[in-house]
Design a protein around this ligand. Structure first.
Ligand code: GDP
Ligand code: MN
Length: 345
């Protein structure tokens, strides 16, 4: 990674006061997972990793979300994986259903075209619903009303390194908004009109742009070798949102709410296949102070097919420095762009 060495003392974690187990005063936070009943085995595996490396020391509650009721088996077996409180929440219909202004016919037509363009999951309606919920709805769930911080966890992900400080307290004490581990490029065909819609929105609301924004990162014209990844002006480089440690107050702010509503009305969650990752990343890049975005270099992580794997005695089970074991995928890594255009200047 240009400009920053991921192997530099990751075992020390981030600088400044860190709260170790025992001395910590927990803040208002939850481990948060949207998951289906049939992903139980993958969820248990992810829970085991996160409990072993972090949560058995801090006991933050788990909150599971589903668009349908969790099975008795799902509840019994996940509960056994932690000493912490576990909550099982159903998503209200009005947060999950396809909005009334979306045309089903146009959706079907669009899905055909997107499928030809090889956009993954184009025809899976629930995938579009999931992306929209993760973009603009999850933090409005009543079960999270008194919760500020969340760590998003997906089934089947892996955690490799012991994390011996309270990451939520770290975020709060250091005035951070958003923590990530991996940045990659997106498929431009899935978000063709996302940037044009964003430009329309900021023309109406120039006051929302933060003076210390990361616009250069969003619009830089670096290319992956042999790919044109640009999506009508957006580089497509984004924080990979299957991992997020973040402040829900940012998503709950008026500026983000207005932005999400604009996108939601524009229809691209259904007529294209806008992901929550580019939506979150663009919002952070425009409306937040870029110094409030933190790279958790010390959290070893895998969601197939990518890794963040620091070189540290605290890590086991991944190859230090390896980004992927798929062939030809190294070029998808765009973390260096973040450090070059946003972080270091
Ligand atoms: P990918 O990572 O983009 O391939 O997408 P995933 O299939 O991993 O979905 C992202 C997250 O949303 C995972 O935590 C899934 O368990 C969850 N998810 C996706 N679709 C649904 C759905 O229809 N219902 C529920 N309850 N969870 C879903
Ligand atoms: Mn996933």
């Amino acid at each position: 990674l240009k400009g920053i060495d991921p192997l530099l003392n990751p075992e020390k974690g981030p600088p400044g006061k860190l709260w170790a187990p025992g001395e910590t005063n927990r803040t208002s936070a939850t481990l948060l997972s949207l998951v289906r009943n049939n992903e139980l085995e993958g969820m248990i595996s992810a829970m085991r990793d996160l409990e072993r490396t972090f949560n058995h020391k801090f006991n933050y509650p788990w909150t599971f979300f589903n668009d349908e009721p969790f099975s008795a088996e799902f509840k019994e077996r996940t509960r056994k994986e932690t000493k912490a409180e576990v909550r099982y929440e159903i998503i209200p219909k009005e947060h999950w259903e396809i909005p009334s202004w979306i045309s089903k016919d146009l959706m079907k037509e669009s899905a055909e075209i997107l499928t030809e363009k090889k956009v993954q999951y184009s025809k899976l309606e629930s995938y579009h619903q999931m992306c929209r919920w993760n973009s603009g709805k999850f933090y409005e769930h009543p079960a999270l009303a008194d919760v500020r911080w969340y760590w998003r966890v997906e089934p089947k992900v892996h955690f490799f390194c012991d994390v011996d400080y309270d990451v939520f307290r770290y975020m709060e004490d250091n005035d951070k908004t958003y923590g990530f581990v991996i940045n990659i490029y997106d498929s431009p065909e899935s978000i063709e009109t996302l940037w044009p819609q964003t430009l329309e929105f900021i023309a109406e609301h120039p006051e929302y742009i933060h003076p210390n924004n990361a616009l250069k990162w969003l619009t830089d014209s670096k290319n992956r070798p042999n790919h044109n990844h640009k999506a009508n002006g957006y580089s497509t480089c984004h924080f990979w949102s299957n991992f997020e440690i973040a402040d829900m107050n940012f998503w709950r702010s008026k500026k983000y709410k207005d932005y999400f509503d604009h996108l939601d009305r524009a229809g691209g969650f259904f007529y294209e296949r806008w992901g929550d990752a580019p939506v979150h990343s663009i919002a952070l890049g425009l409306f937040e102070d870029k110094s409030k975005i933190h790279w958790f270099r010390d959290i070893g992580y895998q969601h197939i097919p990518y890794f963040n794997c620091p070189s540290s005695p605290k890590c086991r089970g991944c190859v230090a420095g390896r980004f992927t074991d798929g062939t030809g995928l190294d070029q998808e890594d765009c973390r260096a762009n973040w450090f070059e255009f946003a972080h270091m200047d």
